[in-house]
Design a protein around this ligand. Structure first.
Ligand code: UD1
Length: 437
């Protein structure tokens, strides 16, 4: 286990580049179950979750290739297997028929549920461990299951597993009662090989859904309406493998914007999906952060570290992303005035609050709202990460603090940020990774 030692107070400057999107890569990797043959996936980030998805796929007869020279090699001990093609990921679906996603893998990554739709669509059978709850909430998968049932699947949930079978799935009209990102992705992947047309109402509009749809279209799928609340999918008999470059990660880009906003300084974030970051950019601008779109994915962000308290409410896209809530809250801890942060997506996504308070933040949580009263100083402390984005929030707070902090349990961070501390160090942060005793 590792921890980060961070000496706060340094202004950030220079340039940092954004990697491929984790939340687009995961469903795209799962979609390789849909057609036999060889895929090249470019701009896939080197993350623990990508290693986990590769491991899951290898148990389902999709192999990622191993090459010692690959930048992916050795991803946190997982035998992942990644390719020689300029660090791109090379995957081969060898037409096998295995269809079981075991608890050992699913328990470490909820997104493993994304295997369910493609397995049923292509292999007519799936046995996928039921993901448990996680630190940020209960996170059920009932909407995935009921939509697949509406498409004709016979599903039983028992002994912690989802057992599903079908002949060929049938197109259906499905209205999600809550907007669900992976639910929409799972059913899109199920519908591309179904018999007839599927219409998804109240679908998620996240940019990662559009990226998955672009990939599926490259494979021969017929999808329209992605990026809106109504997606239509006309099933086809067969798909083909594809070569695809994953979109950049808007959450990683947003995290760097928050780091500069909180710590102060001026830096360029390169390769950011600017059009997909409007809600965050607008909230940071309201707080007094200067952000200039330089074109071509370059964002210049400038802050003197003295910001105005700004309220945010997390919402499905295009609203303020729940995955940016912890990082934005960290920035608000030193703002002038009181900000109200409402979390509407997950019921328990304030685990970072207790840790921020250990650093001197003044925050009160009531139900799904946090009242953040800006303080003059944060003081460095030992803190513990509870989930992926909470970890990033704690790192930002540590950069804003007056002395040294230790952030423990950073394996959460490695699930979603590639070379996070190296990129921050490039911007001038005093941060290092050391073995935790
Ligand atoms: C995805 C993202 C995650 C992000 C979240 C919300 C991936 C791999 N993960 O997670 O980073 O924080 O979207 O933007 O893309 N729900 C149900 N029943 C279901 C499914 C969901 O009640 O069957 C509820 C959830 O408990 C939650 C809400 O719907 O309250 C939204 O969850 P959802 O969009 O499904 O999140 P994920 O897809 O798991």
């Amino acid at each position: 286990m590792y921890k980060l030692i961070i000496k706060g107070g340094a202004k950030l400057s220079g340039a940092v580049s954004v990697g491929g999107a984790k939340n687009a890569s995961l469903p795209i990797l799962a979609a390789t179950l849909l057609a036999e043959g060889q895929y090249i996936l470019r701009n896939v980030p080197k993350l623990h979750d990508i290693g986990t998805m590769s491991k899951l796929l290898s148990q389902l007869d999709v192999q990622a290739e191993c090459d010692k020279n690959s930048r992916f090699c050795g991803t946190d001990g997982i035998d992942i297997c990644l390719s020689s093609v300029n660090g791109d990921l090379l995957l081969t679906n060898n037409g096998g028929a295995r269809c079981e996603a075991l608890y050992e893998v699913v328990k470490t990554m909820r997104a493993s549920i994304l295997a369910l739709g493609p397995l049923l669509a292509k292999r007519s059978k799936a046995r996928v461990s039921l993901p448990g709850g996680c630190a940020i909430g209960e996170r059920p998968v009932d909407l995935h299951i009921s939509a697949l049932e509406a498409m004709g699947a016979d599903i039983k949930v028992s002994h912690g597993y989802i057992d599903a079978e079908c002949s060929r799935l049938k197109g259906a009209d499905i209205t999600f009662k809550t907007i669900t990102v992976t639910g929409t992705e799972n059913i899109m992947m199920a519908a591309v090989l179904a018999d007839g047309v599927t219409v998804l109402q109240n679908a998620a509009q996240e940019p990662e859904i559009v990226d998955l749809a672009n990939f599926l279209r490259r494979m021969g799928a017929k999808i329209t309406g992605d990026g809106t609340h109504c997606i239509q999918i006309e099933g086809v008999d067969k798909l083909r493998p594809a070569d695809y470059s994953v979109m950049p990660d808007r959450i990683e880009a947003g995290t760097f914007l928050c780091a500069v906003a909180g710590a102060g300084g001026g830096a360029v974030i390169t390769g950011a999906p600017v059009a997909e970051m409007k809600a965050l950019i607008s909230s940071l601008k309201s707080a007094g952060v200067k952000i200039t779109d330089k074109g071509g994915g370059d964002l210049f962000v400038e802050s003197d570290g003295v910001l105005n308290a700004t309220d945010v409410t997390t919402m499905p896209y295009p609203g303020f992303p729940t995955d940016m809530q912890a990082q934005f809250m960290a920035v608000m801890t030193k703002a002038v005035g009181t900000s109200l942060i409402n979390e509407t997506i997950f019921e328990n996504r304030f685990m970072h609050v207790a840790e921020l308070k250990r650093m001197g933040a003044d925050i009160t949580v009531k139900d799904s709202s946090a009242v953040v009263r800006g303080v003059k100083e944060l003081s460095g402390a030992q803190v513990m990460a509870s989930d992926l984005r909470a970890s990033a929030g704690l790192v930002i707070a540590a950069l804003m603090a007056s002395n040294t902090s230790e952030v423990q349990r950073i394996y959460h961070l490695d699930r979603g940020y590639e070379d996070f501390e190296k990129k921050l160090a490039l911007l001038g942060a005093d941060i290092k990774r050391v073995k935790a005793s």
